[in-house]
Ligand binder design. Structure first.
Ligand code: HSE
Length: 444
């Protein structure tokens, strides 16, 4: 009988996700070994503190506090970079790729920041980089894009890709509690990234959207070319007003591509989603991604977007793919050919201008409550040729202020920026109006 190959898996970082991967991989080990016809070993695990108590028991002698010793260990073929951060993680990833090894990661911030350099290293040195777990937790979105839906070009990819924000918004609405109150809870449950701006200001979702945009359209998008807004400005009042208009507010990532003009756009922002759409009904830490393909039509994937087990599930899926690649000496991801194909895709794409990015909009305008106030507001819209679809005004008894909420017909980002500035300049308008986008679904 042919001797089975042993594939060594090393870890750099062995926190919540690392231990989850270890636990579930060990639980499935026999089945996977039988299925793949290989032997799995865990030669080395790099941790910050060797003596720390852990949820899983690892064999003596496996732990080290030197990540480079994992990279350089000849028995390690697959390096799981699960330490997070963008500086050291990059050094170890590059070092492993330069040795032609496979790196598996969930590190979306690193891919956003240094993806080009890491991918160049893949092309140059023949290593492989797998990152299914970097986008949307357990949802196999990268596999879906590259395999299941490979026949498609995607005019739009839209989704809820930050579990923390979805959790906060869902609970605010369900319990009628303020953003601050639910945020405190989410922090105490460990749902919020250490740098909370990553979640709350939309950056984590943006990093994920950039990865999807690259895979779908071959273009690296930078923050200077994108609209990125978080959820800090969304109030409970906005949620109620959105309901009155027939919507729920969700933080979404939106990637659009016009295949006629080549224009593409990437944005992350709180959007009003029509109540009858699937995305509007996805709550808690769940993520959902809706892909509009020119061949398959609409496909929606829903699943757990964050947490130890959800992320472990995606990391293990990559490890299994990597093991098949090593066994057969034929990796599916990420290869030099992939990168060249992506480059070609990207050649026909350009970033859309603010005049080209269009949608319906929602505005919340706080005004001094006096007769004739709406005339000035309406004039701004009329002068900018923006058609108003709906208006609801609210009084605040006992106060000399009112709230005007509006939904527009489709218009451009550029025009709405002007409208908002002109509204803010009106003497009767008390503060900068809140501007949110209204999500319009294609076929669903
Ligand atoms: N902070 C991220 C989220 C973790 O909430 O989605 C998973 O990427």
């Amino acid at each position: 009988m042919k001797e089975q190959k042993t594939i060594g898996i090393g870890f750099i970082g062995f926190g919540t996700v690392g231990q989850g991967v270890w636990k579930h991989l060990n639980a499935q080990r026999e089945t996977l070994e039988a299925r793949l016809g290989v032997k799995i070993s865990f030669p080395r695990i790099a941790v910050k503190n060797i003596n720390r108590k852990r949820d899983v028991v690892v064999p003596a002698g496996v732990l080290t506090d030197d990540p480079m010793s994992v990279v350089n260990d000849p028995a390690v073929t697959i390096v799981c970079e699960l330490m997070g951060g963008t500086e050291e993680a990059k050094d170890y990833t590059l070092a492993a790729l330069k040795l032609g090894k496979v790196v598996v990661t969930a590190n979306k911030a690193l891919i956003y920041k240094s993806g080009r350099e890491l991918f160049d290293a893949v092309s140059k040195f023949g290593g492989h980089y797998y990152f299914e777990a970097s986008v949307a937790g357990a949802i196999p979105i990268i596999k879906t894009l590259r395999e299941g839906l490979v026949a498609n070009r995607f005019a739009s990819i839209a989704g809820i890709i930050n579990g923390t924000c979805n959790y906060i918004l869902s609970r605010m609405e369900a319990e009628g509690k303020s953003y601050e109150e639910i945020l405190e809870d989410a922090k105490s449950l460990g749902y919020v990234e250490q740098d909370d701006s990553l979640d709350l200001d939309g950056w984590d979702a943006f990093h994920k959207a950039v990865i999807l945009a690259f895979l779908a359209h071959g273009k690296w998008v930078s923050e200077d070319d994108a609209l990125v807004e978080g959820i800090r400005q969304v109030t409970l009042e906005d949620m109620h007003r959105a309901r009155d208009f027939g919507y729920r507010i969700k933080l979404i990532g939106m990637i659009r591509r016009d295949f006629k003009t080549g224009a593409m756009s990437v944005g992350v922002y709180p959007a009003l989603i029509p109540l009858d759409k699937t995305l509007a009904r996805v709550d808690g830490v769940y993520n959902a991604i809706k892909l509009s393909g020119d061949v398959a039509g609409t496909t929606i994937l829903i699943g757990r977007g964050a947490g130890r087990d959800a992320t472990s599930s995606a990391v293990i899926s990559d490890i299994v793919d990597a093991m098949i690649g090593i066994r057969d000496n034929a990796h599916k991801f990420l290869t030099k050919q992939d990168l060249e194909a992506c480059k070609r895709l990207g050649e026909s794409a350009r970033m859309a201008t603010m005049d080209e990015i269009c949608s319906k909009f929602y505005l919340r305008i706080s005004v001094v409550d006096e007769p004739g106030i709406l005339v000035g507001v309406y004039n701004v819209f009329a002068q900018n040729n923006v058609s108003i679809a709906r208006v609801i005004t609210y009084e605040h008894p006992g106060e000399r202020r009112g709230t005007v909420t509006m939904a527009t017909y489709p218009t451009s980002e550029a025009i709405m920026e002007k409208v908002t500035a002109e509204l803010e300049a009106l003497p009767q308008v008390r503060t900068k109006p809140l501007l949110l986008r209204i999500y319009e679904s294609t076929r669903e």
